[in-house]
Design a protein around this ligand. Structure first.
Ligand code: SAM
Ligand code: SF4
Length: 314
């Protein structure tokens, strides 16, 4: 499946819920989300049908996200249904890691190939301040549980927030010294609740290169630029949507938990998929992917998307 600018679209981020056990300051407000009725959120069967249709259209990789996908009832059934799809090369999931101590082995058994775990700090107080309620120990135990369950090439997502966690760049990168993981520093995007945050919070990922001049470039992995400290087991990645726009390499579409396809994270364009199935659903996905906007405009203004990240699926 190609868009009108010739980009191959083969990656779907499927949001399975907008609910979360955390309340990260850049992702949602302190009160979380207004709980919607079950009927407003896609059922497990609807999610599986969207996954099937997307794969039929040429999607090779599906990432389950949210909200927190591990709080969604039926998540393991969904993983099994998606894993059975012929043509799906990779099934991955992004999580805050809190439920991994209980769920990592079941996710592996249900066919999840790889995990992304979000971890912005190794300081307990900062962790609680960012997540408003989380416990750092749980996420670290989650990372260990993922390793014990046999997950390899796990990615850690770290959102850089100026004045909050930028002093920890080296400490966080140290996680890659002995482990085959990729820790990716992601530039904070002005979206939803953090759209109007002060400028100083939005720092360029150049800060990582300044803090660690020994990093050696190793090429790219999707939209991430990869680096390694010579001799260390893992890699450090930079994802720089703000300072180095990578839209020309963007291969993804997103579906929100209430069933709307977003061709671009930062556009308010949404195509309703609810009620469609079979060939009609496939046609809707192809048409929506074809009109993917060429680029975001974060250099000039905040995101045009009016939703918080937990509603879109990060
Ligand atoms: N709850 C899961 C988690 O935290 O990994 C999955 C959903 S979360 C919305 C997905 C990713 O989006 C997380 O890594 C989070 O840090 C990131 N994120 C949320 N808001 C963001 C923002 N404004 N800018 C950059 N990344 C953001
Ligand atoms: Fe929840 Fe993930 Fe958003 Fe944090 S970033 S509030 S863990 S959905």
């Amino acid at each position: 499946m190609y868009d009108l600018t010739g980009r191959k679209i083969d990656y779907l981020r499927l949001s399975v819920t907008d609910l979360c056990n955390y309340r990260c300051i850049y992702c949602m407000g302190p009160d979380g989300v207004c709980k919607r009725s079950h009927r407003e959120i896609l059922s497990i069967e609807e999610l599986a049908e969207i996954g099937r249709a997307a794969v039929e259209c040429g999607v090779e990789k599906i990432r389950l996200t949210g909200g927190e996908p591990l709080v969604r009832r039926g998540i393991l059934d969904l993983c099994r249904m998606l894993r059975d799809l012929e043509g799906l090369e990779e099934l991955t999931l992004t999580t805050n890691g809190a439920a991994l101590p209980q769920m990592a082995a079941s996710l592996k058994a249900a066919g999840v190939d790889r995990l992304n775990i979000s971890l912005d700090t190794l300081n307990e107080d900062t962790f609680r301040a960012i997540t408003r309620r989380g416990d750092l120990r749980q996420t670290l135990d989650g990372l260990a549980a993922a390793e014990a369950a046999g997950f390899t090439h796990t990615k850690i997502n770290t959102v850089l927030i100026g004045g909050v966690n930028d002093i920890e760049i080296r400490t966080l990168a140290e996680l890659t010294r002995d482990r085959d993981i990729s820790l990716r520093f992601i530039e904070l995007m002005p979206l939803g609740v953090c759209a109007d945050w002060p400028r100083e919070r939005f720092i360029s990922a150049d800060a990582v290169l300044k803090a660690m001049p020994e990093l050696e470039p190793m090429g790219t992995d999707g939209v991430a630029e990869l680096y390694r400290v010579p001799g260390w087991a893992g890699t450090v990645g930079l994802i720089r949507p703000m300072s180095h726009c990578f839209c020309e390499r963007c291969n993804r579409i997103r579906v929100t938990a209430d069933g709307r396809l977003k061709p671009c994270l930062h556009s308010d364009m949404e195509i309703p998929l609810r009620g469609l199935s079979g060939g009609a659903l496939e046609r809707a996905i192809r048409e929506a992917a074809s009109i993917k906007p060429e680029s975001h405009h974060l250099g000039q203004r905040s995101s045009d998307s009016r939703r918080n990240m937990n509603e879109i699926g990060g």
